[in-house]
Ligand binder design. Structure first.
Ligand code: GAL
Length: 296
């Protein structure tokens, strides 16, 4: 979800017809209207000029958006220096998860038609579940599950956000963490992750650090044993219009698998509670009152 002016834009996966990534918008997070299909098999493809392997897949096949692929976990950042919206995502061939690549697309407007720049393995590493994070100083990061999901990598992006600059750190090697969400609250960075159990949800965990490079804390459980039937995808920072305080809301994917019911996948939205600067809690709520939440 990206805030732009008074609008929240919700960008997500779409496997209907020739669609890949679609977008809805809302001012109150309750009423949503359709904006556009941001990426489709007909999207304009422009070879990225900074990497030679961007349009070829591991087996040397043409690997653009038009040849048939699955796009997962698309995330968009606005780059204030270039004025462009940059989308990072997970890229796979339709029938398996062996390519383990990320892909990048770019657009002049948040809900326009994105130009697809290609897919690749960041610095040669496998890359599956992923997310992005924009820090207060404008620097941006790409977080992705590497080495067959054994490790979690944090990469710093180049100033234009279109490419990888460097590998910043490798988190929890061998512990199989995925579905990463990185955000900052006060003096601490937080990382939410799930375990690896495919489309089935499991116990999520969080960790914290004073700098992105770490050291990162150990992993602490978040939510119940299935994270209320969801996997982390985002944390929203919203201002409570009654108290004026900044609230943090957990957004998770509730998958219905990759088959016929994929399009029925849902989201879980729940308030995150901080018991201290570093202690996080997530509890189930049957009903939410969004009238009290205004634009952050
Ligand atoms: C999940 C992942 C989803 C999707 C799925 C495929 O673990 O979070 O994005 O890739 O695996 O099995």
């Amino acid at each position: 979800m990206v805030k732009q002016g008074d609008w929240y834009y919700w960008i997500g996966e779409n496997r209907t017809e020739n669609h890949k990534v679609s977008c809805y918008k809302s001012m109150d997070l309750v009423n949503w209207s359709f904006c556009n299909h941001l990426l489709t098999t007909n999207s304009r493809v422009k070879k990225h000029d900074r990497a030679t392997d961007l349009t070829l897949d591991i087996k040397g096949r043409q690997a653009d958006i038009g040849t048939g692929c699955n796009i997962e976990r698309p995330k968009v950042l606005y780059n204030p220096n270039t004025g462009k919206y940059v989308m990072w995502m997970h890229w796979e061939l339709p029938d398996n998860y062996c390519e383990a690549r990320c892909a990048v697309a770019v657009c002049d407007t948040i809900d326009g038609e994105y130009t697809y720049l290609g897919s690749f393995r960041p610095m040669g590493h496998m890359s599956r579940d992923c997310n992005v994070f924009q820090d207060e100083d404008g620097s941006a990061y790409f977080i992705s599950a590497a080495r067959d999901n054994l490790d979690l990598h944090i990469y710093k992006l180049t100033e234009d956000y279109l490419a990888i600059d460097r590998l910043v750190c490798i988190l929890w090697p061998g512990q199989e963490r995925e579905a990463p969400v990185l955000f900052k609250r006060g003096n601490y960075y937080f990382m939410l992750t799930s375990g690896c159990s495919g489309w089935s949800p499991n116990q999520s965990a969080y960790a914290y650090a004073k700098t992105i490079e770490g050291p990162w804390s150990e992993l602490y459980s978040l939510g119940d044993e299935t994270t209320y039937g969801s996997q982390p995808t985002s944390v929203l920072q919203l201002k409570n219009s009654q108290t004026g305080s900044l609230e943090h809301w957990y957004l998770g994917d509730r998958w219905k698998g990759s088959g016929e019911k994929y399009y029925m996948s849902e989201y879980v939205l729940l308030p995150l509670h901080f018991k201290s600067d570093t202690e996080l809690h997530l509890e189930w709520r049957e009903n939410l009152n969004f009238n009290i939440v205004s634009s952050g």
